[in-house]
Design a protein around this ligand. Structure first.
Ligand code: MLT
Length: 271
């Protein structure tokens, strides 16, 4: 070997983009299980447990969309996440994704919104959050989880995907009381994200279950129509957890979006 060494340019297939997956309420990073092994072929996948959930620390207070978003930003910085960064949130994770866009626009190159809405809680919904907080304080998390379970799935999937339903129930029941109460208050107090929709200037994908009982499909369509550079994929036979109810379709929609906008290939138009 001579001393005449030059720095070689090289292709490294390891990770060309970072996909941040923000879970919904009251879940944890395990809700992305069908995504982790598939999407990591395309992106570096980061799926945090939000504070109060999963294996993360559980402060007794200090929960808000701003704090959840700042936690995610700090995580990306601490692990040296590289641009392009695509922020993906499901339901409450979508509320956090909007807040992330407001607070940290320098770290958002693409957005994926799934089973979520831009509108804030109406007064009646805010009262519902307060009642839910009282229920959790009086009876614990499990009662809330049991009340929520059937609303998360399409009727068909609730009946026929019993393994998935049971896993989701266990995941919800593992949530901590402080985390659940903190997240309920954070959702109750969240900002209206509708005014910012027209200002979103990164490629955006909306993926929504046709049978979502929590965020009706029409509301997601209205949101998509308000975001300039957006595309929408409706997943048939899926409710509020389309990534779990129809993982292959959800993964395909996201993979196509990532490939098209962030991983252009020189020879192949569609891979
Ligand atoms: C979620 O799935 O994160 C929740 O249903 C969101 C909400 O209650 O608004």
């Amino acid at each position: 070997m001579t001393n005449d060494i030059v720095n070689l340019a090289y292709i490294d297939t390891i990770k060309d983009c970072t996909l941040l997956l923000i879970h919904g309420f009251p879940f944890n990073s395990m809700m992305w299980w069908p995504q982790i092994n598939k999407l990591d072929e395309t992106a570096r996948v980061i799926a945090p447990d939000l504070r109060g959930f999963g294996e993360s620390e559980t402060p007794t207070d200090n929960y808000s969309m701003r704090v959840f978003a700042d936690d995610c930003r700090a995580l990306l910085d601490s692990i040296g996440a590289q641009a392009p960064i695509i922020v993906c949130g499901l339901s409450m994770g979508g509320y956090i994704a909007f807040e992330f866009c407001r607070q940290h626009p320098d770290r958002v190159d693409g957005l994926i919104l799934t089973a979520t809405r831009a509108a804030p809680d109406a007064p009646a919904d805010q009262q519902g959050r307060d009642r839910a907080i009282e229920t959790v304080k009086a009876n614990g998390v499990n009662v809330l989880a049991r009340g929520l379970l059937s609303k998360l799935f399409s009727d068909h999937n609730y009946e026929h995907q019993r393994d998935v339903v049971e896993s989701v129930q266990q995941m919800m029941e593992s949530a901590t009381e402080h985390g659940v109460i903190g997240a309920l208050a954070a959702m109750r107090d969240r900002a209206d994200s509708r005014p910012m929709l027209g200002e979103i200037d990164v490629p955006t994908l909306i993926v929504h279950g046709a049978d979502d009982k929590i965020v009706p499909l029409d509301e997601a369509r209205t949101m998509a129509n308000s975001i300039p550079n957006s595309e929408m994929v409706v997943i048939p036979n899926a409710g509020h957890l389309p990534n779990l109810e129809q993982p292959a379709m959800w993964n395909e929609a996201v993979t196509q979006f990532l490939m098209h906008h962030f991983l252009p290939t020189p020879f192949l138009a569609d891979v």
